[in-house]
Design a protein around this ligand. Structure first.
Ligand code: TXA
Ligand code: MG
Length: 314
């Protein structure tokens, strides 16, 4: 059986799989990860193969605490420490220059490394048992929707991967990625908002999506369901015949639709539900998935970013 219940026995078993060069899926507060030993190049290769992920898309190194970053990177500065003091453990990934001892395969050939310290108790117990950094991208096939439950991981990889079941992920959307290699630059919007980061370290740059070449996982057309998804304003929705469509909306109530998902009006609750709703919507067999454009306020940045990537916008 691919799904494991969290227990000390499970952590020992999962850590052994990693030591033997295998992969294990584990829950984090954001989404499920597909983990391997960062120092095992063939295990890293296995993760790329399972995901069908382009080899130039680097993975995140998951650590138990700040003391584990020493072995991974150089250039850790006071600003990094300020971020860590406020946001770790939690959904903030910090990109810094990497040490030569870390295989470049784990970092997509880059000379930098993305490091994150998850807060999920199951992730932490697993890391503590393994005792060394775990490389892990989200546990989905490349370009597909990230998994927020163990069942989602099963639907991505079947029985080929063992999964530690930590329930539904609390945040539901991936970590915020910030590069500290030069000026602090947000590379991916995520669970921690730009405002929260700016309160902590002052102004940061935001790398516009269309020019984003140094964080390949942030290219457009990502996080996508198989059914074509479109992002519409309320006005567009009012004129649209959604009879054979799934509608995902906050304010708009369709008079005719194959199925309607009512979404929460808080950005946090919306983010938590988004990926599981997209997966359910994808299974309905509708012609299209129509998503009502959420508010454009800053706390919606991450949700809007993911929707822009999974939907065709006009
Ligand atoms: O919440 C998360 O971050 C989840 C959980 C499992 O931790 N992980 C995740 O991993 O979303 P992944 O591989 O799906 O996304 C990692 C992102 C990608 O956009 C990747 O390009 C970027 O981080 N990234 C990783 N290393 C990088 C580096 N050295 N420089 C720039 N971007 C990097
Ligand atoms: Mg991913």
């Amino acid at each position: 059986m691919a799904i494991l219940t969290p227990s000390q026995e499970t952590y020992v078993h999962a850590a052994k799989i990693l030591s033997d060069g295998g992969v294990v899926s584990f829950p984090t507060e954001t989404v499920y990860g597909l983990g391997c030993d960062i120092y095992n190049e063939s295990a890293i290769d296995l993760v790329y193969t399972l995901k069908n992920r382009p080899k130039n898309n680097p993975m995140i190194a998951h650590v138990l605490d700040l003391s584990w970053t020493d072995q991974l990177c150089t250039g850790w500065n006071d600003t990094c420490n300020k971020l860590v003091a406020r946001f770790w453990p939690g959904p903030l990934t910090i990109v810094v220059p990497k040490k030569d001892s870390v295989p470049k395969e784990a970092c997509g050939g880059f000379n930098t490394i993305a490091i994150r310290c998850p807060s999920h108790q199951v992730a932490r117990a697993f890391l503590a048992e393994f005792g060394s950094p775990v490389s892990a991208p989200s546990a989905n096939r490349s370009g597909h929707i990230s998994p927020t439950s163990a069942q989602h991981v099963v639907s991505e990889f079947g029985d080929s991967v063992e999964i530690i079941d930590g329930g539904h992920c609390e945040k539901g959307i991936e970590s915020t990625v910030i590069s500290m290699v030069e000026n602090p630059t947000i590379l991916r919007f995520g669970s921690i908002t730009v405002e929260e980061i700016q309160q902590t370290i002052g102004d940061v740059d935001k790398q516009p999506i269309q020019y984003q070449t140094n964080s390949p996982g942030t290219s457009t057309r990502h996080y996508a369901p198989n059914t074509k998804a479109f992002l519409y304003s309320q006005q567009q929705l009012e004129k649209f015949d959604a009879t054979n469509c799934v509608v995902i909306s906050i304010l708009f109530t369709p008079t005719s639709a194959k199925h309607h998902f009512q979404m929460p009006s808080s950005a946090h609750e919306y983010a938590k539900k988004l990926y599981s709703v997209l997966r359910e919507a994808d299974e309905i067999g509708a012609d299209q998935i129509i998503v009502e454009r959420p508010p454009q306020a800053p706390e919606w940045n991450a949700v809007n970013d993911r929707l822009r990537r999974c939907c065709f916008c006009d």
